[in-house]
Design a protein. Structure first.
Lengths: 429, 537
């Protein structure tokens, strides 16, 4: 019985959190924190010369100048290791699971801080730029995961996000380049994504085809098609067809003057702002409106929805097309949001990372946003580390976002509950 | 509302599920539709509720003909349905479930939760349906979930309420509470169509009774005009034996000894909580309990399908906790699983292969790694005769047989090995009366051959009819082991978690008077053996 007690405590009925976080997992997280604390203390503290300093730049040129932060590497390593270890011990020692993820996240933040200090030893790191870059790489993931949420909350698995990204990126770049109107580019991206959303809906709802297989086929199709068209059409006519402008950052008056936060959050392009708005809209829509209640009922128990007069297939159709549309806008952000041209397979599997963000975020918009920020940070971290002296070959650094994705999805999430009818074709009796 | 069905016919291919069915439900009437599994009751309700389309005949509401393309239209015409498998979204709150599809909203489609709550409170008070609007449905007991279903129908202003096998998941006390609600609905002028195969319920609650058999209406009567055995005869089409014939048990040495057994379910929650249990050779221990109180996990642990977290399971002294299903089979455990179509059979495979699923890889059915198909065939032909399995051929896919014959295939396979312990979960669920009689007889025969038998059933009648001792399970614990003569009421209370009574000795049932509770004020044990036909599904 004693063996079971913690499980029983963590599994008290009634609190949704406790269902998911088991005592063993909390202890594991605690042990992990202690382990990385030891690593930080040894590798970043003891192994670093006493006099080594790192400088974090905290103000980008147009914003308010903030004095750079200069820190002793060894001192930071020791302090962060202590904080991290203390939080780890707290996780192991305490009873109950509430707030475990918050404590764990704080511990990881402490570790990452000491790691960054160590990586920037003897030089300086533009911290504000790194955070701003995090937001840029987070943005497509947010669109992708919101697309996934739209589809899966209604019970259809959208594994085709990657393909919808590519289609949106391609058509967005082309239309924006030809017409010179960036907003038409966004619209084109949205239409391209929605078209493939419709295809997924049509095949899997109308004909009951396996959703995963249809999704994979759409990705393969979009990859092949955009590769072919890039080689045959875009490259020969690069100047007219593949040279769109990009949205320039829009500073939001007043708030953009806040030190550190201003340049990171309030001096971004429309894609970033739209993503933020969408997170709120989808969240409110799903959990506060009639539409959301019906969508969720269809994703959880379509037969129950049907018996109260909800048309299951139309709800799913609509949501899958909307989901594709959102992914298409996210795709357009790759080309007309930052890079300024389409290149083959430029989405680099981020559609799947977005799906992982959706799962890690437990099919909730704000959860997905948090997860996307984590993955986005690892992407920007990797590009910033490449110029610092970390001593890790850059191909390995480039793996970081994917490694973190796998680690998070397999180890950290634990057992999460997807919508009960997720991926299950619906047939009337 | 006055509902009339006239000549409703529904065919599925060559099968006529409803054959010119006539039925009238008067306003304020409690009308019971009685019939065996497969009699066509559910098909008729699907037609009535717009989930299936009738091939012939018409439905009239207050005299005017109607036709429903989907359930939404039926609801709009004042028909409400409480399905046997609740149509509730488990992760939604009570209020969300009640208003789904009928949501009060404010501007822009925002849900008006306050009004939803107020509406529910009003209805709850009006009909005595007590619920907490903010509770999450999966956290509340089944009886409350059923109230939510009824509220759902009432919130849509249902004038006719269809209840499909509403007591299948309730304790006897919860059933009584449901009957009270049904009566109060009828008093308020609403009509109730109560579908069931349990005779006792029909007699307790019905104003009028319509009996169906093989897709046809056999007759309409009232509770005062008929008794249990007449209804049973109408329902089955022949005189039915209302008892399980069995002599006194002659228990031998303990075969199955379980101590401190703890098992967790898929979600990691404790499902079986420190259970101690003993089954002797030559006796039937029946485990009673409302579904979902850990019985499934208990059976799975004994048969090796689910690991034990703590405790021990011994068969003739051999430890089986943590063993594989293969080891359990080798130790002499036979398993008739709860859901034969999922855990008992491979539906697409032939009868002959299903009959050797457990031992297809050893002699005489396989030699040197190759199957001996002739041996499989002759084995199957023998079993078809021995176990009275009605199949067109041994090559027929088992999925195309009737429920009763499917169950006989499972039983035939499991009893064809040397068996020390027979574990049978819901052995007669969904079977017709003939098959129920057969399966019961077979189980008693095994007992008399000296096999230890563990029956798990949520049908109290079956538990009382078969068990030599009755163990009651509630929330993963055994609340007590009693003599079946302790009576429905006491066992019913134990099923709802009432304190354990003095444990009955593992003695033959006729040994001495049944235990009485300490107060001595409880009801006397029921006279006579319990009835049989309602032990199905």
């Amino acid at each position: 019985m004693s063996l079971l007690e913690p499980e029983g405590v963590a599994g008290l009925p009634g609190s949704p959190d406790s269902r998911v976080v088991t005592a063993g997992r909390v202890r594991g997280m605690g042990a992990f924190l202690v382990a990385i604390a030891v690593l930080a203390a040894l590798a970043f503290g003891v192994a670093t010369p006493a006099g080594a300093h790192a400088t974090f730049t905290l103000g980008a040129p147009p914003a308010v100048a903030v004095a750079p932060l200069e820190m002793s590497v060894r001192f930071v390593a020791v302090v962060c290791a202590l904080v991290c270890a203390a939080l780890g011990v707290l996780l192991v020692a305490r009873r109950g699971a509430r707030g475990s993820y918050l404590i764990f996240s704080l511990g990881v933040v402490a570790f990452v801080w000491s790691f960054l200090t160590w990586a920037a030893r003897g030089t300086d790191l533009n911290f504000v730029q790194m955070l701003a870059a995090t937001l840029i790489s987070t943005t497509p993931l947010v669109y992708g995961s919101l697309s996934g949420i739209m589809c899966e909350r209604s019970g259809v698995i959208n594994i085709a996000i990657e393909g919808q990204f590519l289609a949106g990126a391609f058509l967005g770049a082309m239309i924006a380049s030809v017409t010179g109107d960036l907003w038409l580019g966004v619209l084109a991206g949205a239409v391209a994504g929605a078209a493939f959303g419709w295809l997924l809906a049509f095949l899997s709802l109308r004909y009951g085809a396996d959703q995963i297989i249809v999704g994979v086929v759409i990705v393969a199709f979009c990859t092949g098609l955009t590769n072919f068209l890039t080689a045959q059409v875009l490259t020969p006519y690069q100047a007219t067809l593949n040279s769109p402008q990009t949205f320039s950052p829009i500073a939001i008056p007043l708030v953009d003057k806040i030190p550190v936060v201003g340049p990171v959050l309030f001096d971004q392009n429309v894609f970033v702002y739209l993503a933020a708005v969408l997170v709120v809209v989808v969240n409110v829509g799903l959990f506060r409106t009639r539409w959301g209640l019906r969508v969720r009922s269809v994703g959880e128990h379509p037969h129950a929805a049907e018996t109260v007069g909800i048309h299951v297939l139309s709800v799913r159709y609509r949501n899958v097309v909307l989901g594709g549309l959102i992914a298409g806008i996210g795709g357009a952000s790759f080309t007309i949001g930052s890079v300024g041209e389409f290149s083959s397979e430029m989405t680099a599997g981020l559609g799947y990372v977005a799906l992982a963000a959706m799962i890690f975020g437990r099919w909730r918009p704000f959860g997905a946003l948090g997860a996307a920020l984590l993955f986005g940070f690892s992407v920007s971290l990797q590009s910033f580390l490449a110029v610092l002296n970390v001593g890790i070959p850059s191909p390995f650094l480039a793996m970081a976002p994917y490694v973190i994705t796998v680690a998070v999805v397999s180890g950290l999430v634990g057992r999460v509950r997807p919508p009960a009818a997720d991926g299950v074709p619906y047939r009337r009796e | 509302m006055r509902l009339e069905l006239r000549g409703v016919t529904k065919r599925y291919g060559p099968l006529v599920a409803n054959d010119h069915v006539d039925l009238t439900v008067e306003p304020g009437e409690i009308h019971c539709l009685l019939g065996e599994n497969g009699a066509g009751k559910s098909t008729l309700m699907n037609v009535l509720f717009g989930m299936a389309r009738a091939d012939e005949g018409e439905v009239r509401i207050d005299g005017s003909p109607v036709r429903f393309a989907d359930p939404g239209e039926a609801v709009a015409h004042g028909i409400g349905m409480v399905h046997q498998h609740f149509m509730l979204v488990p992760v939604f709150t009570v209020a969300e479930n009640v208003v789904l599809g009928f949501e009060p909203t404010r501007a822009l489609g925002f849900l008006d939760r306050r009004r939803a709550r107020a509406d529910i409170r009003l209805l709850s008070e009006q009909f005595g349906l007590e619920v907490d609007p903010d509770a999450v449905v999966e956290d509340v007991p089944v009886g409350v979930q059923q109230r939510v279903e009824i509220l759902k129908a009432l919130q849509r202003d249902a004038k006719l309420l269809i209840l499909d096998e509403p007591t299948a998941v309730l304790t006897p006390q919860e059933s009584e509470a449901l009957f009270a609600i049904v009566r109060s609905l009828a008093r308020a002028g609403r009509s109730v169509l109560f579908i069931t195969h349990k005779l006792k319920e029909v007699l307790a609650v019905a104003d009028r009774i319509t009996v169906m058999r093989l897709g046809r209406v056999v007759g309409t009567t009232t509770a005062s005009e008929s008794g249990e055995s007449e209804l049973a005869t109408m329902m089955v089409g022949r005189a039915v034996e209302l008892v399980v014939r069995k002599g006194p048990a002659r228990p031998g040495a303990a075969v199955l000894e379980i101590s401190g057994l703890t098992v967790v379910d898929e979600r990691g929650l404790v499902a079986v909580d420190g259970v101690d249990l003993e089954v002797r050779a030559g006796e039937i221990l029946a485990v009673a309990g409302v579904q979902g109180n850990g019985q499934t996990e208990l059976a799975q642990a004994i048969t090796g399908l689910r690991p034990a977290v703590a405790g021990s399971i011994r068969i003739d002294g051999e430890e089986l906790a943590g063993a594989t299903p293969e080891a359990a089979i080798a130790a002499g455990v036979a398993n008739v699983p709860e859901d034969r179509q999922v855990d008992g059979l491979v539906l697409d495979m032939a009868v002959e292969d299903n009959l050797v699923l457990d031992i297809f890889d050893r002699a005489p059915f396989a030699r040197h790694g190759a199957r001996d198909l002739a041996a499989v065939r002759s084995n199957a032909e023998r079993k078809l005769v021995d176990f009275d399995i009605r199949a067109p051929s041994v090559l027929t896919p088992v999925g195309s047989l009737s429920g009763g014959n499917q169950q006989k295939v499972v039983v035939a396979r499991e009893l064809s090995r040397p068996v020390k312990l027979l574990v049978a979960s819901q052995p007669t669920r969904g079977l017709d009366v003939g098959s129920i009689e057969y399966v019961h007889r077979r189980i008693v025969e095994e007992r008399d051959r000296g096999v230890a038998v563990l029956i798990i059933s949520s049908e109290l009648d079956e538990v009382l009819a078969l068990g030599d001792r009755v163990a009651v399970m509630y929330r993963g614990k055994i609340t007590g082991v009693v003599d079946p003569a302790a009576g429905r009421d006491r066992i019913g209370l134990m099923m709802a978690g009432a304190a354990a009574d003095p444990v009955a000795p593992a003695a033959p049932p006729e040994a001495g008077p049944p235990d009485r509770p300490e107060t001595g004020a409880a009801d006397p044990p029921e006279a006579g053996p319990p009835a049989c036909p309602e032990t199905g599904a």
